[in-house]
Design a protein around this ligand. Structure first.
Ligand code: NI
Length: 173
């Protein structure tokens, strides 16, 4: 996917039902200045929106890249490129998730608690991390975006009911 055509300043968060959110993303071939500029813009958009994670498809780019931050620890955030996730423990937990591309919608999602992640950082270096804290959930949510999966695909019948109006309003534009 050529990065040189993208003007990072023009990137904005797109909402469901934008088709890019449903498109499985392609690996980033080379971590260069253009990719870093997009990552910086994504970090900026995530902070502005008071989010804790943002995936490239959410800014209209079908790239396997996401950014995260820990609101307790303002270290500028993390960039994950071509991430691969692996559960490290069979324990699963259910918790409520929102999504910057689904304003007004909350869904209870059951996910593995402990996750190991491997990927590249913004310098193209291989990075690995493991946690059983909330960030493991954020990684999984953002990684779903890279596969074209949204939290509304993971709704129980109860969540489907309580979010029906919000989803309909989004889909009507
Ligand atoms: Ni999301």
């Amino acid at each position: 996917m050529p990065a040189m055509d993208v003007d990072p300043a023009s990137l904005e968060i797109v909402d469901h039902p934008h088709p890019v959110l449903r498109t499985p993303a392609s690996p980033v071939n080379e971590v260069n200045d253009a990719v870093r500029a997009v990552a910086d813009r994504m970090l900026e958009l995530m902070v502005e929106a008071e989010g804790i994670g943002l995936a490239a498809p959410q800014v209209g780019l079908s790239w396997r890249m996401f950014v995260t931050r820990d609101p307790e620890n303002e270290d500028g955030g993390m960039v994950w490129i071509n991430p691969v996730l692996e559960p490290v423990d069979p324990t699963r937990e259910t918790d409520e998730e929102g999504c910057l591309s689904l304003p007004g919608i909350l869904v209870n999602v059951t996910r593995p608690v402990g996750i190991r992640i491997r990927g590249l950082n913004e310098h193209g270096e291989e990075v690995e991390a493991e946690t059983d804290e909330h960030m493991a959930r954020v990684w999984q949510h953002e990684n779903d975006h890279l596969d074209g999966v949204l939290i509304i695909d993971r709704m129980s019948s109860m969540d489907r009911l309580r979010n029906r109006r919000a989803i309909r309003d989004l889909e009507r534009g």
